[in-house]
Design a protein around this ligand. Sequence first.
Ligand code: PLP
Length: 467
Amino acid sequence: MAFSKAAKESNVNHPTFATPYSQVALPRFKMPERSTPKETAYQIISDELMLDGNPRLNLASFVTTWMEPECDKLVMAGATKNYNRCVNMIAHMFHAPLKDSEAATGVATLGSSEAMMLAGLAFKRKWQNKRKAQGKPYDKPNMVTGANVHVCWDKFARYFEVEMKEVKLKEGYYVMDPAKAVEMVDENTICVAAILGSTLNGEFEDVKRLNDLLMKKNKKTGWDTPIHVDAASGGFVAPFIYPELEWDFRLPLVKSINVSGSKYGLVYAGVGWAIWRTKEDLPEELIFRINYLGSDQPTFTLNFSKGSSTIIAQYYQLIRLGVEGYRNVMVNCRENAKMLKEGLIKMGRFNVASKDDGVPLVAFSLKDSSHYDEFKVVAKLRPFGWIVPAYTMPADAQHVTVMRIVIRKEFTRTLALRLLQDIHNALLGLDANAKAFSSAKKASVTNEEVVTTTTKRVTITKMNCIC
Ligand SMILES: *Cc1c(COP(=O)(O)O)cnc(C)c1O
């Protein structure tokens, strides 16, 4: 028994941040009972040492800030690798209906923003071609999304002259309502864009329901309005920890998907992917063919030259981690998000706006913001080194403010515990300020009743308390 356990353990080759070591906090004042692999120990310690103005503490962003040294070396060396392999791996991961030796249709981009613009252009062109063929006007294309879409969609709409029709949110419901979205669809709609992992609270939109409702509408109207899924943050999460969730090419109306390699694809900033269901979904006329670089090269991107380092890094992660490795990382992230969420709830001061299932992040707001608001809380965290954003929700939930903590693979349990402690301290500081302020106010009221000339002094007291 002992032998088989040891043998089993030595066979396990977890990536650094998906080992059991990142799920337990190291004892701080006692020597740990068991040894820790040297790489893990080094990582955990250097993580604690970096608590001072480091991009790793920037919890505002989904973007990867740590990769294995082996991958760093490859990136530095700048070796070349064909990105077709990545495109195919990702297309299979999204269940593209490919025959055995059929090549997938997709491109590497600078990020999800470029990827979704390409997908949007493909929809626009397909719609225009169809309208032209029918002899109908094709000058008023529109697109239906939730008001929670990422700013890149607004950019697309403005740059490429497509009207945005946004489904409004409401308090407590921060994603696109599929029924309302389908209602907004008309004959000029080039696509409905759903988000797998809303930027605001990480929630997955119900793409299956959207697909089913839109199928019905298409059947009734004779249109064939398609769906695009913006899976910038969720595209590398759902396939590994929610494999049953149908949101991708398993749904017939989903014609294209974008995903950020630099988010849960686990690569540094500068890579995204646009994948089409079949090659028919990408109009041939948008693809340029060049041959002056030595071979026939199809190109469909907004820019031209692009470093190969992030594609090599993506390829490295895909083969280094495999399904097992990505799953371990995502499970870890989910566990750490859960732990953080529970810690916040225990403080008794916050409402949580994110869901347990979704992109691993915690979005939360103050239950009582009458003395100080969420912007004050995050400002108080800044001196500890943490960068946490606070923002108001889009219409019609603009009166709700949330703070958001994105759980990346490199945000370990040790860091999560430290953050909870710092949030607790921040609240204590703010409470003390609020109390001092309110007793100063009370005092001023009493004083004003007695002598009216104290206004000046009171104003100064207020100023002292606010800082
Ligand atoms: C981050 C994000 C984007 C933009 O992705 P980039 O890779 O930074 O261009 C688009 N949509 C959603 C939902 C996102 O979360």
